[in-house]
Write a protein that binds this ligand. Structure first.
Ligand SMILES: *Cc1c(COP(=O)(O)O)cnc(C)c1O
Length: 226
């Protein structure tokens, strides 16, 4: 099936309130353009350099989502144009985004990434780390970031019950943070969870944003291209 058909099929199965972020990492510009011509505007990338060249090359009404692990020294390259940073996994990173965003007079929407999987390898906050941060005086001084919700990745497993449990856990974190810290804040509304293999479970557990790559663009090939 074509990229356009894949997007149409995924969208047909998503409720209206769930946004599709097309994860285009490693894929060439012409494939993104195929999705773009089909009306897709939100794209997700996980490498700063790749995001920057795609931003420069592709139409300016694309919404670029950064979904990867972000190094603080690279924040400055994407802050001028990025729409949403999904993987904010440390206070240090959030402070760096705030500092760089101030320089270019933008307010950057950010999602707090939680560690919900069993695997050690996945990045993310724990709930106590986040509550400590949100209670801190230092957090109150940040002016150029906007906490827009939470993000998480489930364990890579065939065990649907485990995946479901992990997504339910992230939804529960979202609900607790909403009640305790953001009750009057309409910006705090996103739950970014669900990828190609597990997005239907994520949607059933309350996702508002799914990040789908291989089901749209095909399997990724990580071999160097030169
Ligand atoms: C690559 C990636 C995705 C998309 O994965 P697929 O399985 O190809 O849909 C989603 N989220 C993150 C954080 C990723 O790195």
């Amino acid at each position: 099936m074509s990229v356009a058909e894949n997007i149409a099929q995924i969208k047909a199965g998503l409720p209206d309130h769930v946004q599709l972020v097309a994860v285009s990492k490693t894929k060439p510009a012409e494939l993104l353009m195929e999705a773009y011509r089909h009306g897709q505007r939100a794209f997700g990338e996980n490498k700063v350099q790749e995001l920057v060249w795609k931003y420069e090359e592709l139409p300016k009404d694309i919404e670029w989502h950064f979904i990867g692990h972000m190094q603080t020294n690279k924040v400055k390259y994407i802050v001028p144009f990025v729409r949403l940073i999904h993987g904010v996994d440390s206070f240090k990173l959030l402070k760096t985004i705030d500092k760089e965003a101030k320089k270019c007079k933008r307010i950057i929407p950010c999602l707090l990434q939680f560690h919900i999987a069993e695997e050690d390898s996945k990045f993310g906050f724990s709930m106590p780390e986040v509550t400590d941060m949100l209670h801190s005086a230092e957090f109150a001084q940040l002016t150029h970031v906007k906490i827009s919700g939470v993000m998480g990745m489930a364990t890579f497993t065939d065990d649907e019950n485990q995946i479901r449990k992990e997504f339910a856990c992230l939804k529960n974190y979202f609900d607790r943070l909403k009640t305790d810290f953001f009750p009057e804040n309409a910006d705090f509304k996103e739950i970014s969870m669900g990828m190609s293999g597990d997005y239907l479970i994520a949607v059933a557990e309350g996702s508002t944003m799914v990040r789908i790559g291989s089901t749209i663009f095909g399997e990724r090939n990580y071999l160097p291209s030169t």
